[in-house]
Design a protein. Structure first.
Length: 385
């Protein structure tokens, strides 16, 4: 079994990101949620302290700290704004495929600006027919002598209206067995025919923008192809399976920590019958359950991230962490609301936002049902403890 502990560098990172979050995010998180806006201007500040390129090697402008470091960043940000957390998480999803599958020219062209915050990244995979039917995508790319022409529509795309560089998948024909071939492309904002469409009005994760991407006769050059023709399924699924779901898990660890801290604060300050409700055993039981959920989600999530950093298989561990953390965040948010009584439903307190953000995290990167299908298939095919 692979074990991990936080390094001094990671501890220093947490301290720096926590100070940033308390100064730049905490005072404005409720406003971003209420107004449903994404503070895109923060990406340059986050670039300065290494958040944008946290797992990217220094040679491309990143911090080179790794995926445990990324988890720390997302937890600290999402403690106050899970909406901004998913915007950052998706920015990472825009970097990762280029870093893993891009040519040296593509890496040098795109990644430094994404790390600095000069540009914002995104990933366009999901379509109206259903995110879980990955191969059933309708967006098509037709090969032309001087490049490609793309037509189609993506939906539920985080950073849809703010991303400058988007990695996007499209059909590029069929293989010898008649199966759909998907390929991945890098498309820049402002490309003719490539536009953001509908903007979704979401229940939660409202510090981010989510919407459609519409492609109408979008002409791109040959060098916009990412990886090999027909390699889009691997590119998209590795990004979602090992980076997207891990990011959602980290975001929910942040929500869970918020639940613990808000529950403790309220229980110690709320006085009933002359004493703080923290003295009541029934309240203590609720606090204990919330704390347990946080610790379990934290361990699952950081363990999966440590496997990724070690270069070990981690997709199954990420799936487990994503399933548990999102569901636990919903339950813990409700427990915190129950503990607070009437105050729990007042928007001056953040716990209502925690609940909405946790609920919105479940379908992001794959629903709980899909996570269970993956976990069950892996377990039934040969479980080993």
């Amino acid at each position: 079994m692979h074990f991990f502990e936080f390094t001094e560098e990671q501890k220093m990172l947490r301290k720096a990101i926590r100070e940033f979050a308390e100064a730049e995010i905490a005072p404005k998180a409720a406003e971003w949620d209420e107004q449903d806006v994404c503070p895109a201007e923060l990406f340059k500040k986050m670039g300065e302290i290494g958040i944008n390129g946290i797992f990217t090697p220094e040679q491309y402008g990143g911090a080179g700290i790794g995926f445990v470091g990324r988890t720390i960043c997302l937890e600290e940000i999402s403690r106050y704004s899970a909406g901004l957390g998913i915007a950052v998480m998706t920015h990472h999803l825009g970097i990762y495929p280029i870093l893993q599958f891009g040519t040296e020219e593509q890496k040098k062209k795109y990644i430094p600006d994404l790390c600095s915050g000069a540009k914002i990244g995104g990933l366009g995979v999901t379509e109206p027919g259903g995110g879980s039917d990955f191969i059933g995508q309708k967006t098509a790319a037709e090969k032309k002598d001087d490049g490609w022409v793309l037509n189609g529509r993506k939906c539920f795309i985080t950073n849809s209206h703010i991303a400058d560089t988007t990695v996007l998948t499209a059909k590029t024909g069929q293989d010898e067995k008649g199966r759909t071939k998907l390929s991945a492309f890098i498309i820049e904002k402002g490309t003719k025919g490539f536009e953001a469409g509908r903007k979704e009005h979401k229940l939660g994760l409202r510090g981010s923008v989510t919407g459609d991407l519409v492609l109408t006769d979008v002409k791109i050059s040959e060098d916009a192809l990412l990886g090999k023709e027909g390699g889009g399924a691997k590119i998209g699924m590795e990004g979602i399976g090992e980076v997207g779901r891990a990011g959602m898990s980290a975001i929910c660890v942040g929500i869970l920590r918020g639940c613990v801290e808000e529950a403790v604060k309220f229980a110690n300050e709320r006085v009933v019958g002359g004493k703080a409700i923290s003295k009541l055993q029934s309240i203590q039981f609720e606090v204990a359950k919330i704390r347990t959920a946080y610790e379990a989600a934290r361990l699952l999530t950081y363990y999966a991230a440590s496997l990724k950093d070690a270069g070990l298989p981690c997709a199954n561990e990420v799936t487990t962490a994503k399933y548990y953390s999102t569901e636990a965040a919903v339950e813990a948010s409700k427990r915190t609301m129950d503990l607070m009584g009437g105050y729990g439903i007042i928007n001056e307190y953040p716990v209502g936002r925690f609940l909405r953000d946790a609920l919105a995290s479940i379908p992001s990167g794959g629903t709980s049902h899909i996570m269970q299908v993956i976990m069950a298939a892996n377990t039934l095919s040969g479980f080993q403890a």
